[in-house]
Design a protein around this ligand. Structure first.
Ligand SMILES: C=CC1=C(C)c2cc3[nH]c(cc4nc(cc5[nH]c(cc1n2)c(C)c5CCC(=O)O)C(CCC(=O)O)=C4C)c(C)c3C=C
Ligand SMILES: [Fe+2]
Ligand SMILES: [Fe+2]
Length: 330
């Protein structure tokens, strides 16, 4: 009987502090993450950067419980999605770095009897560094004689935007009534080096669209897009979340939205809950609140199930994004 494997693809995260350095090594070895032409020197460079960064990175993971909750959060999403899709589907994790990786996910899916597959990147907004990197890895490992439907981007999916807007409304509703007219919603997305944006990566346009549509559906009057978690000395997309809040939070109630993340991990629990909060408070904010990641909210899981079904039927491929990716292909 036909059986479809759904691969939930994300970056992955260290499951304990000992995994931080090998995790970073894998991340910095990916030419779609660091796109400079290092050629045969890449492994050496990845070793150097991961060794140098590991101690400060481990300190951040230590502050959020000594590990990334990304894998367990994605496992919970996989269970919920399997329930929403029903018989004929099985859901498997395929992390780009760390475990369970794509090879382990494919092995699981084949052992479960999968005859076809759907690649579901858990990045709503396509970027070459994230979505394309995961898709290339799955293409390499999935048997060539079995159909593979690739979902490219779902930044404009109505169900996703409605769930995102509902989450924003719920957090704003918790702000004391007398402060509500001071609310400023800040959509904080993961940054990207400007070198990748200049090559035509569509990610910033998709972030703008998801943010604008979420704000419109939530009935939010004042909002702003910022970018967080810059790495290294090169120029990245801006404005930077922390810098922007320091300069603009005065007398506001700041409500941040993790628009590019669908589960809790270092970027939400450290960069948003600690760094951004600190910056907003130093900048004079009356109150700081962060909208939770969509996680296993039933409205979000129903949206993901729709993304999968449409993707399987071939309706979710984004020609523009695929073309941008092809140009950047290593
Ligand atoms: C150096 C280049 C990096 C680019 C470009 C980048 C883009 C990017 N990343 C995410 C989502 C995640 N990133 C995570 C961790 C992480 N990312 C980088 C570097 C780049 N990311 C590093 C070095 C790390 C490790 C943590 C650290 O040391 O800061 C994670 C996992 C977080 C966890 O809990 O483990 C996610 C998820 C997106 C969406 C993105 C561009 C669109
Ligand atoms: Fe990242
Ligand atoms: Fe990051």
């Amino acid at each position: 009987m036909a059986h479809t494997a759904v691969f939930l693809m994300n970056l992955g995260g260290p499951r304990n502090l000992d995994e931080v350095e090998p995790y970073l090594y894998e991340l910095f070895s990916d030419p779609l993450v660091i796109s400079a032409p290092f050629g045969p020197l890449r492994p050496l460079l990845a070793k150097l950067i991961s060794k140098t960064r590991a101690p400060s990175s481990a300190e951040k993971y230590a502050l959020i419980g000594g590990k990334s909750p990304l894998v367990e959060g994605t496992e919970a999403q996989a269970r919920a999605l399997a329930g929403a899709l029903g018989p004929g589907y099985s859901c498997h994790l395929a992390m780009r770095c760390g475990h369970p990786n794509t090879e382990e996910g494919v092995r699981d899916a084949l052992a479960a009897g999968a005859t076809r597959a759907v690649a579901l990147p858990l990045y709503p907004q396509y970027a070459n560094a994230t979505t394309w990197s995961s898709l290339v890895e799955l293409r390499r490992l999935w048997p060539k004689d079995r159909p593979l439907a690739e979902i490219c981007t779902w930044h404009d999916h109505a169900g996703y935007l409605d769930a995102s807007a509902a989450a924003v409304r719920e957090t704003v509703a918790q702000v004391p009534a007398e402060l509500r007219d001071r609310v400023l919603v800040v959509f904080s997305a993961h940054g990207l080096p400007m070198s990748q944006v200049r090559k035509g990566d569509p990610y910033p346009q998709y972030i703008e669209l998801s943010s604008r549509e979420t704000a419109r559906r939530a009935g939010v009057a004042r909002w702003q897009v910022t970018y967080q978690s810059r790495v290294g000395p090169t120029k990245w997309l801006g404005p930077d979340t922390v810098e922007w809040l320091a300069a603009n939070a005065r007398d506001r109630v700041i409500v941040t939205v993790p628009i590019a993340f669908v589960s809790e991990h270092l970027e939400t629990l450290y960069d948003m809950d600690i760094l951004a909060k600190e910056s907003a408070e130093k900048g004079g904010a009356r109150l700081y609140r962060r909208v939770p990641a969509l996680g296993t909210r039933p409205d979000f899981i129903a949206a993901l199930a729709d993304v999968v079904r449409k993707g399987e039927a071939g309706q979710a491929a984004m020609a523009g994004a695929t073309r941008a990716a092809a140009e950047l292909r290593p």
